[in-house]
Design a protein around this ligand. Structure first.
Ligand SMILES: Nc1ncnc2c1ncn2[C@@H]1O[C@H](COP(=O)(O)OP(=O)(O)OP(=O)(O)O)[C@@H](O)[C@H]1O
Ligand SMILES: [Mg+2]
Length: 368
């Protein structure tokens, strides 16, 4: 018998109807062996949900193994997942058991799965199809492993598929069940319950002044639950066991930036989001709809820039992939650049390449 896994029972605080429903769905999903894809912005609780899926499942006594696919060189990720045999490459001094094998009978959590290189996507797909494991350099018969796969991403995989950066067949394999965790601002009923939860976390019961409570409840929480957790921890420390006052909260929360600036930014984001989604879904065309809207000034230069930023974000700063994503033929490359330059709407693609995992830079280089 194996050692019981060290994963603690995760507490998922849920007060909003959407979160209560999601927690219920996750409990049902835990009873199956189906591959689960967890999506949602950074800090919403994807890790937590993945652990809950494991702990609530029949696999709970076996390992929960997490692998982060971002920022790891392709070859390293391959041997991390599949293992390698001694001498299979320089520096491979001994056999290395891959994470898929360590997770046998348990759950493998593939975090930031959207960052996988093309080759790794192909290897993962093959594994999902036959559940066979061939360590790098091994000539033995492949191992069969029994692993439940849970993947997570804070990117939109359908957008990455549209941009030609993620395999559609892999997306379907991963998304047998999809659990989407909404951002905290879309489930505001959870804010109070989470404050309560985190303010009890260090054992002593913290209290809040009415002004501090109003600021915390009204804030937009762009960093989601992680930001809230950090703010409470920091404020508790600053208040040193006393009441948390407004002055103990960070400036953005204190000022509760819900003024005109935020509203304008929000509107701009909404316009860009709508256009972006319509373009990606091929419900509208860039030249037939977006372009005339801009010329007639129904959308502003800022809106257009925001739209491009979203596209460049999805494509890691690759204008050619952006054309594909927006349903434009590659022959429109110069036409688009000329149009953007003429109206001072160009967005510098380089800032979207910063922090890109090494294995993706090949995609980021425009193909000529
Ligand atoms: N519903 C919740 N109840 C209690 N704690 C939560 C909840 N959601 C998130 N948390 C806590 O918030 C923190 C951030 O959550 P988590 O790490 O799971 O986010 P994530 O979606 O994986 O973020 P990232 O995309 O950056 O990896 C963790 O400490 C987690 O335990
Ligand atoms: Mg995470």
């Amino acid at each position: 018998m194996r050692e019981p896994s060290a994963v603690q029972e995760p507490v998922i605080v849920a007060a909003s109807p959407r979160m209560i429903e999601l927690r219920g769905l996750a409990r049902r999903a835990a009873q199956t062996d189906a591959t689960v894809l967890i999506t949602g912005e950074s800090g919403v609780g994807k890790d937590l949900l993945a652990r809950a899926l494991h702990v609530d499942s029949a696999r709970a006594r076996y390992p929960f193994v997490a692998v982060n696919c971002a920022g790891m060189a392709e070859t390293l990720l391959e041997s991390e997942l599949f293992g390698h045999t001694r001498g299979s490459f320089t520096g491979a001094h001994r056999d290395h058991v891959g994470k898929l094998q360590s997770a046998d009978h348990g759950t493998l959590f593939l975090d930031e799965v959207g960052e996988m290189s093309e080759r790794m996507q192909a290897l993962l797909l093959r594994f999902l199809e036959n559940r066979e494991l061939q360590p790098v350099g091994s000539t033995r018969a492949p191992l069969i492993v029994d692993v439940r796969l849970v993947a997570a991403t804070n990117r939109s995989l359908p957008e990455r598929v549209a941009a030609g950066m993620f395999r559609e067949d892999l997306l379907y394999r991963l998304r047998v069940i999809e659990l989407h965790v909404p951002p905290l601002r879309e489930r505001r009923d959870d804010i109070g319950a989470l404050i309560e939860h985190f303010s009890r976390a260090d054992g002593r019961r913290v209290t809040f002044s009415p002004e501090a409570t109003v600021a915390l409840l009204g804030y937009r929480w762009p960093g989601n639950v992680r930001e809230l957790q950090n703010v409470i921890a920091q404020a508790s420390w600053l208040a040193d066991g006393g009441t948390i006052e407004l002055r103990h909260l960070p400036e953005p929360v204190r000022e509760n930036r819900s003024g005109a600036l935020v509203r304008t930014q929000e509107r701009r984001r909404q316009v860009a989001d709508q256009l972006f989604e319509s373009l990606v879904a091929r419900e509208c065309s860039f030249w037939d709809e977006v372009h005339p809207l801009f010329i007639s000034r129904d959308i502003t230069r800022h809106d257009l820039r925001e739209l491009l930023k979203r596209g460049l974000e999805a494509t890691h700063g690759n204008y050619r992939a952006l054309l594909r994503l927006f349903g434009l033929p590659s022959s429109d490359y110069h036409r688009l650049h000329n149009f953007l330059a003429a109206h001072d709407c160009k967005v510098d693609y380089r800032r979207f390449r910063v922090g890109v995992a090494g294995n993706l830079t090949e995609h980021a280089t425009p193909a000529h």
